[in-house]
Ligand binder design. Structure first.
Ligand SMILES: O=c1[nH]c(=O)c2[nH]c(=O)[nH]c2[nH]1
Length: 308
């Protein structure tokens, strides 16, 4: 009559902070703060259907494991740390066949005092996040053993006050939007890049420095393309960003963007003494919270579609 479909369980919102002290000067420090989600899959159906807790690696155990692994291993880059956690679960427990690990890394940027980087003080320079989604599988998993890793940037808020147009779009009896050759463009960037599959943890570890390099490249490409592209549309600008990330990082199979179009409406003030505030005279705008456009795409490296 009933059978279990989707079944995963774990600990969400595991908050973790790690300090690194310079061995030469222990007051010279760097810090990383992250929020982790672990979800396990495997031969766990009986915990749902038969109240059999013997197959349950408690969610508290999953949390403690993250702390212990953080003590024993580097947590930078987060891609490698996510793979270390996933690998632990699928190799330690023979009935766990996949571990899904998400990491959100929060910003702590070193602050400067009188122009000099301070050895142990940091500030939150924006809500931008670095993200990782890693799945580690053992050989009993239907997809076979290996690691899939998707890196990303989230909540990166940007605005340009000109250099964006939107015209030539389809018009019919439902269309009210006028064409524009000069508009404000603002979005909160969510970008992801999917790495080619890894056969083992050792393969992930072998390219560890590439993860930070790719993050920097993707961030720079996103920001610089946003700024310099004479944008014809959000669609076309995000395509240009995606193409460049694929070109910059050969081990990336596909790139995805999800960009809300955060509208700023012109305000007609002509009712007040003929004040000119539209078209080329527009200076005061009304930022809109909703509704917003939402433009998404995934751009694949040519020839790889089959494996994604
Ligand atoms: O860049 C844009 N893409 C759209 O698809 C769209 N639709 C819309 O109303 N404004 C915009 N802007």
């Amino acid at each position: 009559m009933a059978e279990l479909g989707y079944a995963r369980y774990g600990k969400d919102n595991i908050r973790l902070y790690k300090v690194h002290r310079d061995p030469q000067d222990p007051r010279k420090q760097s810090v990383v703060e992250m929020t982790i989600c672990t979800l396990l899959e495997g031969d766990i159906d009986t915990s749902y259907t038969k109240a059999d807790n013997s197959v349950v690696v408690a969610t508290d155990t999953q949390k403690q494991t993250c702390y212990i692994l953080a003590k024993q291993h580097p947590i930078d880059p987060p891609e490698q740390f996510a793979a270390i956690i996933a690998n632990h679960f699928v190799t330690t427990y023979s009935h766990i066949h996949a571990a899904h690990v998400k990491i959100i890394q929060h910003r702590w940027t070193r602050l400067s005092v009188q122009g000099k980087p301070h050895p142990y003080s940091f500030f939150r320079d924006g809500e931008e996040l670095r993200t990782v989604e890693c799945v580690g599988r053992d050989s009993k998993h239907p997809q076979g053993a290996g690691f899939s890793i998707k890196s990303g940037i989230d909540k990166l808020l940007v605005l340009k006050s000109t250099g964006s147009a939107f015209y030539g779009f389809h018009r019919d009896e439902y269309t009210q939007l006028p064409e524009t050759w000069d508009r404000i463009l603002s979005t909160e960037v969510a970008a992801t890049w999917q790495w080619a599959p890894f056969a083992s943890l050792a393969d992930v570890q072998a390219i560890a420095p590439t993860f930070n390099k790719a993050h920097e490249e993707a961030r720079t490409i996103t920001l610089e393309t946003f700024a310099t592209d004479e944008s014809a549309s959000v669609q076309n600008t995000m395509w240009k960003m995606s193409e460049q990330i694929l070109a910059a990082e050969p081990k990336v199979d596909s790139v995805g963007y999800s960009l809300p179009n955060k509208h700023y409406f012109e305000i007609d003030l002509s009712w007040h003494k003929g004040l000119k505030n539209t078209g080329k005279d527009a200076e005061v705008y009304a930022p809109q919270s909703n509704p917003n456009g939402l433009i998404q795409c995934t751009v694949n490296r040519k020839g790889l579609k089959a494996r994604l």
